[in-house]
Design a protein. Structure first.
Ligand SMILES: Nc1ncnc2c1ncn2[C@@H]1O[C@H](COP(=O)(O)OP(=O)(O)OP(=O)(O)O)[C@@H](O)[C@H]1O
Ligand SMILES: [Mg+2]
Length: 250
């Protein structure tokens, strides 16, 4: 559904990655693992169509997103929800934060408008918050939330938007085990709804728990992409093996 192929990305003289290919299909969870600074966030921003690759393509259902006009790219971008590494909520009640994505999406012409009409925006907000165990928090000011709660609300906001693809950047990096469980269950819920999920994480155990496929990003290349059980039990690439066994130190 959403795919990068042969992508290169650099900032100034610094090349972050090259010849990188990765895709996600509906109802699939793909984890991207790799050490800090390797380019996971940059890859997600490329998939989110917020960074144009220097080389290669990003396609949405086979259409090259950077070969179409801005209006068409905007409508492609709206099919992709991203939850950033740092939760970024407005200084407003939780429910308004979650409803924000819906308001944007209600300006859409097609299928979501009917969905929102049938369910009602308030229902979509409540239901998304329920997925992350925050249904009781609709009236709380966002500023009063703990870090874990804010992450959960950010996730709910992206889910309420009813994206086709959800990009999650280190969704549990500062969270305790309980909040981590809630987010991982919400990822499963998203997959069950047919959403394609790409999750960037340092946490190999998390990748093993949530992902159907895992891609390993090392030194600007994906060294290996494989089903989670295969990758962790029997990696075919030597550097992947070193990385997951902790022998490769950064
Ligand atoms: N806007 C930017 N301008 C210049 N350099 C950048 C920019 N964004 C990222 N970089 C550089 O690109 C490289 C990859 O960064 P990126 O944030 O994608 O890594 P990451 O894998 O997400 O790291 P982490 O695990 O710490 O979040 C780093 O060297 C970073 O300094
Ligand atoms: Mg990052």
């Amino acid at each position: 559904m959403l795919r990068v192929a042969g992508a290169a990305q650099s900032f100034g003289d610094e090349q972050v990655f090259e010849r990188l290919s990765l895709g996600v299909d509906a109802g699939e969870v793909v984890a991207v693992i790799g050490p800090s600074g390797v380019g996971k966030t940059t890859l997600l921003r490329t998939l989110a169509l917020s960074l144009e690759p220097d080389e290669g393509t990003v396609t949405v259902d086979g259409t090259d997103a950077w070969a179409v006009d801005d209006a068409e790219r905007l409508s492609m971008r709206r099919r992709v929800g991203m939850v950033f590494q740092e939760a970024s909520l407005f200084d407003a009640p939780v429910a308004r934060n979650v409803a924000y994505g819906l308001r944007v999406r209600r300006s859409w012409p097609d299928r979501l408008r009917s969905l929102v009409r049938s369910a009602g925006p308030a229902d979509a907000v409540r239901e998304s918050l329920a997925v992350v165990g925050m249904a009781e928090a609709t009236c709380r000011p966002a500023a009063s939330l703990s870090g874990g709660e804010a992450q959960r609300v950010s996730f709910a906001r992206a889910l309420a938007y009813d994206p086709d693809v959800l990009l999650l950047d280190e969704p549990t990096s500062d969270l305790d085990p309980r909040n981590t469980d809630v987010i991982e269950e919400a990822v499963e819920e998203a997959r069950d709804r047919g959403i394609g999920v790409v999750v960037a994480t340092h946490d190999m155990h998390q990748a093993e728990r949530v992902a159907d496929r895992v891609a390993v990003l090392l030194d600007g290349r994906i060294t290996e992409t494989a089903p989670a059980d295969v990758l962790f039990e029997d990696p075919s690439d030597e550097r992947t093996r070193q990385f997951i066994s902790g022998e490769l130190v950064y």
